[in-house]
Design a binder for this molecule. Structure first.
Ligand code: URA
Length: 290
């Protein structure tokens, strides 16, 4: 008789599979089987990728093969409206009034030594956010990992190093942009933040964005995108498309942690970042010889 998996483990596996599916990893399997059927077509698709200046970080412990996210035909904004219907029920964000004379310092003070959700139990440091308080470009991740939790700064681990390289490939530095997360405390074992944690922490994220007033928001990964857009749709359905969010331009792209596992997707992300650069009037920097 087949052995039963303990319920807690089953739940964890289900959550992880859902998370992977949201990140578009399901495509990986589809693509691999498609490649087996038509290897020439797959190779041609891979070659048509634009060269990406985002360097490949060797990950010996990670799978060497990578998904080739499918590029659908360019979606129109009308199509996008279909993809992202207005949220049903009360919005996470509508209830949060814009505070007069709000500042990042006030927001940090309001968060205080937060115990509002269960994430506080395992955290070392609250990871509020970092960068230019007047940035035109804000990157929003999911939640702190182990390195961020120890240092109190966002995106300073392996995924963070890749994000830094992505920012530099855009001709910017970390200090030019603002980087923060949906939740400010590390979820245990780097699991995705749970809905109650997102609901508790989101008002602070919203206040941060309202204070910074960026021209462009880039959501890194499914959690940030789904939280802001209040959608359950998978990120691969709207990744790389310009969306409107509370009067600002928003683009969702893959999370750098996903790129560490799937370096071939860097070309897609670089295309997304080039759209962001165009919007901000940034030129692709010329490569300097080292
Ligand atoms: N991943 C995130 O989403 N945020 C961080 O700060 C680090 C890793």
């Amino acid at each position: 008789m087949a052995e039963r998996i303990p319920e807690s483990l089953q739940k964890k596996i289900e959550a992880r599979l859902r998370y992977h599916e949201d990140l578009g990893i399901r495509l990986f399997y589809r693509e691999r089987s498609a490649a087996a059927r038509n290897p020439e077509e797959s190779a041609a698709a891979a070659l048509s990728m634009p060269p990406s200046p985002i360097p490949v970080i060797e990950e010996s412990s990670l799978p060497k093969s990578a998904p080739q996210p499918k590029l659908g035909p360019e979606k129109t904004s009308a199509a996008l409206r279909d993809i992202l219907p207005p949220p049903t029920g009360p919005s996470l964000f509508e209830a949060v009034d814009k505070l007069k004379d709000d500042t990042l310092l006030k927001i940090r003070e309001d968060i205080g030594d937060c115990t509002r959700c269960k994430l506080h139990k395992g955290r070392h440091k609250i990871v509020f956010g970092d960068g230019n308080p007047k940035a035109e470009l804000v990157f929003i991740g999911e939640g702190p990992g182990a390195d961020e939790d120890m240092q109190g700064l966002p995106f300073v681990g392996r995924a963070g190093k890749l994000l830094t390289q992505m920012i530099e490939a855009m001709g910017l530095q970390r200090k030019d942009v603002y980087i923060c997360n949906v939740v400010k405390c590390r979820p245990p074992e780097n699991r995705a933040p749970e809905p109650d944690e997102v609901t508790t922490c989101s008002p602070y994220l919203l206040r941060q964005i309202d204070v910074i007033q960026p021209k462009v928001i880039v959501c890194l990964g499914a959690v940030a995108a789904k939280t802001l857009l209040e959608t359950t749709r998978g990120i691969s359905q709207f990744r790389g498309e310009w969306l409107q969010w509370r009067g600002r331009k928003l683009m969702a792209t893959y999370h750098p942690a996903y790129l560490l596992r799937n370096p071939n997707a860097k070309g897609e992300v670089w295309k997304d970042l080039q759209k962001v650069m165009a919007e901000l009037g940034l030129q692709v920097p010329k490569k300097t010889k080292s």
